[in-house]
Design a protein. Structure first.
Length: 285
């Protein structure tokens, strides 16, 4: 995906046309990647299974995929016209001083709101034009290409963030501190072994009260609610995509007993794990 010979320069970023991705989206297997992916569908009809969520794809749809999210194309798209931007977090960290940048983008690592959005046709054309500019800089590299790519990428990601926030009535104003975003990032790293807010507060060197206040101000949920939601997503992914037993999942996520995991799952979803699996299979058929 990021070969130097293809891009002309060793960037952890690329722009791929639909034909370059045909093998991926016609593959019915579940897979994931370690990079961010934003697909811009000017024309399409179909759906994507992303983690445990079904994402409908139509004309002028933008899909946001975070690293290691499980995805599957249950049906082939009908004659799609789309372009995909892919990039590693390291690419952004090399250029942006803000190491929490991707966690500030509302559409990545999203648990509560849709992983897609529909934009006006003229906005789609504008985004695709920016992608084409980036691709041109990648394939015909000049001494200042890195600066052009950086500015185009930053502009595009922020414009998408503004549109996403507007559609879902989410705040994008700057906060007093980074605690909420630090917590969000730490959840991605440590959710398998840390399920107590006090552990995350200790990692950040702040009190539980300060952490909870920051999370509630930014995400309108408590730190505990956000952590439980993230933990639930991990359990669901293991059930659906790894086909692990409850006992195996409990061991991976450091629950002391399998029935503790089952009790947690039922309290969060209102379903047993078996009922959840049956409901999911009925939904995606």
């Amino acid at each position: 995906m990021f070969q130097k010979t293809e891009c002309g320069v060793d960037f952890l970023l690329n722009v791929l046309g639909g034909k370059q991705q045909q093998r991926r989206w016609t593959n019915n297997n579940t897979y994931n990647t370690d990079f961010f992916e934003i697909s811009f569908f000017k024309k399409a009809k179909g759906r994507l299974l992303l983690d445990q969520r079904q994402v409908d794809i139509g004309d002028n749809t933008v899909i946001f995929i975070s690293p290691f999210q499980k995805r599957q194309w249950p049906v082939a798209l009908e004659d799609p016209d789309f372009t995909t931007l892919i990039f590693q977090e390291d690419f952004l960290n090399d250029f942006f001083a803000d190491k929490l940048f991707t966690y500030r983008l509302l559409y990545f690592y999203q648990l509560d709101y849709p992983l897609n959005m529909t934009i006006p046709a003229d906005e789609m054309d504008r985004a695709c034009h920016i992608l084409q500019e980036i691709k041109t800089e990648l394939t015909a590299t000049k001494p200042d290409s890195v600066h052009i790519i950086r500015s185009l990428l930053y502009y595009l990601l922020q414009k998408l963030n503004r549109q996403y926030a507007h559609q879902h009535h989410l705040p994008i104003e700057k906060t007093e501190n980074n605690y909420a975003y630090q917590f969000r990032k730490l959840l991605e790293v440590h959710i398998h072994e840390k399920q107590r807010i006090s552990e995350y507060a200790a990692l950040m060197g702040i009190s539980r009260i300060s952490l909870n206040k920051a999370v509630q101000a930014q995400f309108n949920v408590t730190a505990t609610q956000l952590m439980k939601h993230r933990l639930l997503a991990e359990v669901q992914n293991y059930l659906l995509h790894e086909r692990l037993t409850v006992a195996e999942i409990a061991d991976k996520l450091h629950f002391s007993e399998p029935h503790h995991l089952m009790r947690f799952f039922k309290s969060q979803t209102g379903l047993t794990t078996s009922e959840f699996m049956a409901s999911y299979q009925n939904t995606v058929v």
